[in-house]
Design a protein around this ligand. Structure first.
Ligand code: ADP
Length: 451
């Protein structure tokens, strides 16, 4: 098509729309192409005095409708970036300006949707002849078409605006919902927090009460056992006096009864002494005397003093390795080990009771193992409770206070007592103690006494 006079602008616009419709561009795109073309034509007519317009289809991966506008005279590129040409540029998605010597070529195009009917050679020939036959309408026709298009575009814009305001309303509503949920959640969280705080306060209070009760119990035990010691010792003394050869002679039966009284009083005194020891340890009244302890010395003394208790089982106290030194309290450590060895001998009829010391990193591990009756797995914790004795051991053999006492003393020395045992095969108690002792600024905690 030739662009020479102002009337041609209408024709080119009209043709642009018809071609766009014929190749399958959507309504909106038809308007875009037609409007871009008429804007550009207006500018080119003013600047270059005219142009030739060619419609082409670009076939390839993406099929496009292209319009080439070759101006009658060169147009400076700056005039194609402002005014009506700039508007045209926005309406198409490819807009290329080429300098072609005596002319300027502007190529612009839009893709044809893939849903459109394929542009075969026959179809293009048919479209071409149909377009050639159609008579162009007058400017008034074109104006009315433009008006229709404008109305349609306005309608579309209003629909968009309505949709947008609906979406906005929805968004505002969602936001309100989210806010409400958030405030509900934070209220719930606050309430839970308050509950947790109250619970902690209650726990604190309970643990204070517990500590007070435990202290009262220790005080009671200490006092009672202390008070009991004097009369029990007196009973023993009197019984000894009665059976003394210097006293009046007793009949056989009387002598037997007095010796029963003495035996019972001896047992009672042992119990009272154990109770007193334990109460002192629990009340924190035992202060370890920290010093360098040589395990060889401790083992040597225990070997000597406990040999007398050997009945069925053999006592084997192995010589500790050289340099078996640790910072501890020799008296307390001896008491712990004596208790364990004593138990071993008490509960082992055949075989042996063996004590071994070995270094384990920062610790010393002293194990006392026996080949005795063993302890059922379910009682491994219970036997460390005060007065607990495993069934079958016979009540008369002890007080049930030895192990809790041993464990408390070990804790005081910064260590632990662990047990492995199997019924019928024997038991192994392992005392683990830090070689460096307990630093003065972090004294050992009593089990259950921490806040
Ligand atoms: P006691 O020996 O005075 O009864 P302990 O506290 O020392 O009290 O021991 C508690 C219980 O643990 C014992 O009565 C016994 O049932 C069990 N027990 C302790 N040591 C051994 C052991 N070496 N072998 C078997 N049972 C043991």
């Amino acid at each position: 098509m030739a662009l020479r006079v102002e009337h041609d602008i209408f024709l080119i616009r009209q043709r642009g729309r018809e071609v766009a419709a014929a190749v399958g561009l959507e309504n909106q795109d038809q308007i875009r192409i037609a409007t871009a073309l008429s804007e550009l034509a207006r500018q080119v007519l003013a600047d270059a005095g005219g142009a030739d317009v060619v419609f082409l289809t670009e076939l390839g991966e993406q099929v496009r409708l292209r319009v080439d506008l070759t101006t009658a005279a060169p147009v400076p590129p700056s005039t194609l970036t402002a005014g009506p040409a700039a508007a045209a540029r926005r309406l198409v998605d490819q807009f290329v300006v080429e300098d072609d010597g005596p002319a300027t070529v502007v190529r612009m195009s839009r893709p044809i949707p893939s849903s459109a009917e394929p542009l075969t050679t026959e179809r293009l020939a048919r479209l071409r002849s149909r377009l050639a036959e159609s008579r162009p309408g007058g400017p008034l026709d074109e104006l009315s078409v433009q008006n229709d298009q404008l109305i349609a575009a306005l309608d579309e814009a209003r629909r968009h605006r309505d949709e947008l305001s609906r979406l906005n309303d929805e968004l505002a509503e969602t936001n309100q919902g989210v806010l409400a949920l958030y405030s509900q959640l934070s209220e719930e969280l606050e309430e839970t927090n308050r509950g947790v705080v109250a619970l902690y306060a209650e726990l604190d209070e309970k643990s204070v009460q517990l500590r007070a009760a435990s202290e009262a119990k220790s005080r009671f035990l200490a006092n009672v056992s202390h008070e009991l010691r004097a009369p029990v010792t007196a009973i023993m003394g009197l019984a000894r006096l009665l059976s003394d050869s210097a006293s009046d002679p007793l009949t056989g039966e009387q002598g037997r009864q007095v010796s029963l009284i003495r035996d019972s009083a001896t047992d009672l005194l042992a119990l009272v002494n154990d109770l007193l020891d334990l109460a002192k340890a629990e009340a924190g009244r035992i202060e370890p005397v920290w010093a360098q302890v040589d395990l060889r010395v401790v083992f040597g003394q225990l070997r000597g003093t406990l040999r007398a208790l050997e009945t069925g089982a053999r006592l084997v106290v192995e010589e500790p390795p050289p340099e078996a030194l640790l910072r501890s309290d020799e008296v307390l450590l001896s008491r712990i080990l004596r208790n364990l060895l004593h138990n071993g001998l008490k509960f082992t009829e055949h075989g042996e009771v063996r004590m071994v010391a070995e270094r384990d990193g920062e610790d010393w591990r002293i194990s006392v193992s026996d080949t005795g009756v063993g302890i059922p797995a379910g009682l491994h914790d219970r036997i460390f409770e005060e007065f607990y004795q495993a069934p079958g051991g016979g009540r008369s053999v002890g007080t049930g206070l030895g192990l809790p006492y041993a464990r408390r003393l070990t804790t005081l020395l910064g260590g632990t007592v662990d047990l492995t045992s199997e019924v019928g095969r024997g038991s192994t108690f392992v005392v683990t103690l830090p070689a460096r002792g307990v630093p003065v600024d972090e004294p050992a905690q009593w089990p259950g006494s921490e806040g």
